[in-house]
Design a protein around this ligand. Structure first.
Ligand SMILES: C[C@@]1(CC(=O)O)C2=NC(=C\c3[nH]c(c(CCC(=O)O)c3CC(=O)O)Cc3[nH]c(c(CC(=O)O)c3CCC(=O)O)/C=C3\N/C(=C\2)[C@@H](CCC(=O)O)[C@]3(C)CC(=O)O)/[C@H]1CCC(=O)O
Ligand SMILES: NC(=O)c1ccc[n+]([C@@H]2O[C@H](COP(=O)([O-])OP(=O)(O)OC[C@H]3O[C@@H](n4cnc5c(N)ncnc54)[C@H](O)[C@@H]3O)[C@@H](O)[C@H]2O)c1
Length: 188
């Protein structure tokens, strides 16, 4: 059964901890900041890839801490993503997060995850998150590429026009909804 409940998180209102500074840490930090450039992110690892220092130059709210994980780093964190090359550390972070009721993603380890990262299609204000319920991240990546190819850039114009109409519409909630549903029938 597919029981995942998708939400869109305002990452720039949260403080995220990433544990691990290798390829996985870099991939997750890039994904997070790519969507939410001014999100506050702390990354902790004894070894940190050079690309992460370059990323931190572009994102002043990305703090790199060259230390091994300690549970003290969970203080004041809202969300945690862990992907070290030490399974025991990954497990410990997950246990510590559960004890504090902090949502945690253990990269590539579905059983330990409270949430999964998704493949993300961006066309201006339209954002589509793709999940395969953990069945095939590669399919999610390929399907993202297909959607990126077929969705026209003009979609942003459509969204801008609909926002303008939405702001001009008079009447109560139901009347506005009916009007917007009528106008957007052509999209079906
Ligand atoms: C979407 C994306 C987001 C991101 O990570 O940012 C993402 N994985 C991506 C790519 C990717 N990951 C892997 C490959 C290699 C090929 C392959 O194995 O398929 C590729 C392909 C590539 O890189 O080309 C390896 C892998 N991943 C997981 C496992 C464990 C397992 O399945 O049991 C293993 C095996 C590890 C091993 O063999 O040891 C698990 C997860 N990966 C997820 C997300 C979550 C489920 C998402 C969903 O429901 O679809 C979940 C459950 C948890 C999580 O990590 O959040 C990102 C694509 C971004 C993009 O480009 O659009
Ligand atoms: N890179 C991938 O695409 C990929 C794909 C599938 C699985 N994996 C697995 O994910 C794990 C991580 O992969 P990677 O490529 O990022 O590894 P990596 O070797 O590049 O980096 C590992 C990182 O973990 C950090 N680390 C080790 N002990 C730590 C501790 N106590 N506290 C904090 N950080 C600690 C290291 O300092 C380093 O930054 C590996 O076990 C790998 O097998 C990676």
């Amino acid at each position: 059964m597919n029981t995942l409940f998708p939400i869109f998180v305002k990452a720039n209102q949260l403080h995220t901890l990433i544990v691990g500074g290798g390829y996985v840490g870099l991939e997750k930090a890039t994904a997070l900041l790519g969507n939410s450039p001014d999100a506050r992110v702390t990354l902790v690892a004894p070894e940190i890839r050079a690309e992460l220092y370059e990323l931190a130059e572009q994102h002043p709210l990305l703090e790199l801490v060259k230390q091994p994980y300690h549970s003290l780093y969970l203080n004041d964190k809202d969300l945690v993503i862990v992907g070290t090359n030490d399974k025991d550390v990954n497990r410990q972070v997950q246990v510590d997060c559960k004890a504090r009721r902090i949502l945690v993603n253990v990269a590539d380890t579905p059983d330990l995850c409270d949430f999964y990262l998704s493949s993300v299609v961006k066309k201006g204000d339209l954002k589509i998150a793709i999940s395969t319920n953990g069945k095939s991240p590669t399919f999610a990546k390929r399907f993202r590429e297909v959607l990126e190819e077929i969705l026209p850039d003009s979609l942003q114009e459509t969204l801008d026009n609909l926002t303008a109409i939405r702001n001009q519409l008079k009447g109560d909630f139901v009347q506005k909804m009916e009007k917007l549903n009528e106008i957007t029938k052509v999209l079906k």
